[in-house]
Ligand binder design. Structure first.
Ligand SMILES: N[C@@H](CCC(=O)N[C@@H](CS)C(=O)NCC(=O)O)C(=O)O
Length: 232
């Protein structure tokens, strides 16, 4: 089975699939595209015009959650719990991560301080829910790494980058279990090797390109004259 993974370097949805591939040590080819100027071949095969897509032999699958479940089942042993109810709960929290991922993205585009801070509050409220649920360590289900872990790690990585220019976001006093979980995930080899090496700089470049409120925490000296706002 040949896997061709179509990606964008800074995409958190791409990264959650890359983490699963890395963790399972699966062989794959990767092609990065420029989402600001997507190639025609990509537009013609990606139903939502979004990355990631995975081309399995000649078949295209899309949506990161679905791709991750496919990889998980096609390359055993599974990273999902055997117990059906626990597996459903895992899926629920993966779904919940999509919401958090959206807030994390919105933090990069909100223009004013008030909008930025209210998005941050919504994100923190979601993290309160996760903190209430978390019961295991080092990973979401305990010793066994899972697709839930793969889904949250890209979010934690980006928030970690934001914290380095802004101020603490996931504070240990409010989120003791979440903080441990985040640290355990960010130190994992499969997570570290799931992006291009220059991801942190690329992420800051993207903040600069998007020109949201948070870009005020980057300096013109380093990133050049303020550009016209773009998403990618
Ligand atoms: N629900 C999708 C979301 C994927 C997504 O939003 N990808 C972004 C890049 S991070 C994208 O391709 N955006 C292009 C566009 O919206 O035109 C998934 O989980 O795969």
């Amino acid at each position: 089975m040949a896997l061709k993974f179509v990606s964008y370097k800074a995409c958190p949805f791409v990264q959650r699939v890359a983490i699963t591939l890395q963790y399972k040590d699966v062989d794959y080819d990767i092609e990065y595209i420029d989402l600001g100027n997507p190639p025609d071949w990509f537009l013609s095969i990606s139903p939502l015009k979004k990355v990631p897509i995975m081309i399995v032999d000649d078949t295209v699958i899309f949506e990161s959650v679905v791709i991750n479940e496919y990889i998980d089942e096609a390359y055993p042993p599974t990273l999902q719990p055997k117990d059906l109810l626990l597996k459903a709960i895992n899926r629920s929290w993966v779904e919940f991560s999509n919401n958090i991922s959206l807030y994390t993205f919105q933090l990069t585009i909100k223009e004013g301080k008030i909008d930025f801070e209210s998005t941050l509050e919504e994100l923190l409220d979601d993290f309160d829910r996760v903190e209430e649920y978390l019961w295991a360590e080092p990973f979401f289900n305990g010793k066994q790494f899972s697709l839930v872990d793969a889904s949250y790690a890209p979010i934690f990585q980006r928030l970690n980058y934001l914290e380095q220019i802004y101020k603490p976001i996931i504070e240990k006093d409010r989120y003791p279990r979440l903080t441990n979980w985040k640290d355990n995930l960010l130190s994992l080899k499969a997570v570290k090797e799931s992006t291009v090496a220059e991801i942190q700089n690329l992420y800051y470049q993207l903040l600069w390109t998007r020109q949201g409120y948070i870009s005020n925490y980057l300096s013109e000296k380093e990133y050049g004259k303020r550009p016209t706002k773009k998403l990618y």
